[in-house]
Write a protein that binds this ligand. Structure first.
Ligand code: GDP
Ligand code: CA
Length: 306
């Protein structure tokens, strides 16, 4: 079965770790968010793409959920000598990835080409596509400081500030990367990963053509709720839903996605919300959705495809 997975970072990476166990590489395409991307110290950094690569190749730091296992931080310390410090930590090994990406982009390669090269180098053989080769930046308006960049919100403020709105700067001028719309149009199943709806999935949908392509495939599109028992497992998804005027429950997720998703997979703990989700015109499927290990991820991936 050909499968397209719409991806943010950590939640998507965990699901993909399951997908690769049951979907042949040639039939699996991940379409990932690049609204989190940032240039620091002259390096092009794509956190969600890297989280996917490092997680699916089993190289991710288990403790942090991002970056590489066994990482050291000497380059950051060395930068400190020049006062060129930053609140965004880059591990020594991880910097190798950013050096390579920056070098190849400078040579004129597209982000999709470089991403393919990086994935191959980590022995990933499914197709990993950034949603666009162009620049889109997730911007967050905070109650006390006005508009700040996504990483400023997420990393520097530790997402501990009230948000009044989110926008995707530049999205209107972006084109979907080659293959993105074709994959959405033709995949037998489309899966919206359990990623943050407001800041991981919405910036993918904001690229012209993507939302409409998904609307046309609604009947074959399933999402996994990132909200379990009214809480995100990690990160600010629950808080953001509330601050943006939504309900921080699986029902709120169903409403958020109702236009593009025919089915929502929710956790067992939320079984009593199934009727309210179906009242929104979204079919509810109740299963365990917490992916502690590869076996959990494969089981959830199987449900996404059934
Ligand atoms: P980020 O871009 O790295 O912040 O990650 P994502 O947006 O992809 O994922 C963050 C969301 O993933 C959070 O809302 C989590 O609740 C959700 N998430 C992470 N792990 C799991 C899991 O095992 N199961 C489910 N259902 N959601 C998860
Ligand atoms: Ca992200």
């Amino acid at each position: 079965m050909t499968v397209a997975v719409v991806c943010g970072g950590v939640g998507a990476a965990r699901l993909l770790r399951g997908m690769i166990q049951i979907v042949p590489d040639s039939e699996l395409t991940a379409i990932a968010n690049v609204g989190d991307d940032i240039v620091l110290h002259g390096l092009n950094i794509s956190p969600d793409l890297d989280t996917i690569v490092y997680t699916v190749s089993e190289a991710v730091s288990a403790e942090r959920g991002w970056g590489l296992e066994g990482e050291t931080w000497q380059a950051m310390e060395a930068l400190g000598r020049y006062g060129d410090t930053n609140w965004f930590s880059l591990g020594d090994k991880d910097i190798g990835t950013h050096l390579y990406r920056t070098h190849r982009l400078g040579e004129g390669a597209t982000l999709a080409e470089v991403t393919g090269e990086i994935a191959k180098a980590w022995d990933l053989n499914f197709t990993l596509l950034p949603v666009t080769n162009d620049v889109v930046r997730t911007m967050v308006t905070t109650a006390d400081e006005g508009e700040i960049s996504f990483q400023d919100y997420f990393v520097r403020r530790q997402h501990d500030v009230a948000v009044t709105s989110v926008r995707f700067a530049g999205a209107d001028h972006c084109q979907p990367a080659p293959g993105v719309l074709e994959t959405i149009n033709s995949a037998e199943r489309i899966v919206v990963a359990p990623s943050n709806p407001a800041v991981s999935i919405d910036p993918v949908l904001a690229i012209p053509g993507v939302r409409d392509a998904l609307i046309a495939r609604r009947a074959d599109t399933v999402a996994v709720s990132p909200i379990i028992g009214g809480k995100a497992l990690k990160g600010p998804a629950d808080r953001l839903l509330k601050e943006l005027g939504r309900e921080a429950t699986a029902v709120g997720v169903a409403r958020w996605y109702a236009e593009v998703v025919g089915t929502l997979i929710i956790d067992e703990i939320d079984a009593d919300l199934a009727p309210a989700i179906e009242a929104e015109g979204v079919k509810a499927v109740v299963v365990p959705t917490i992916m502690k290990d590869k076996a959990d991820a494969a089981a959830l991936a199987r449900v996404c495809l059934s």
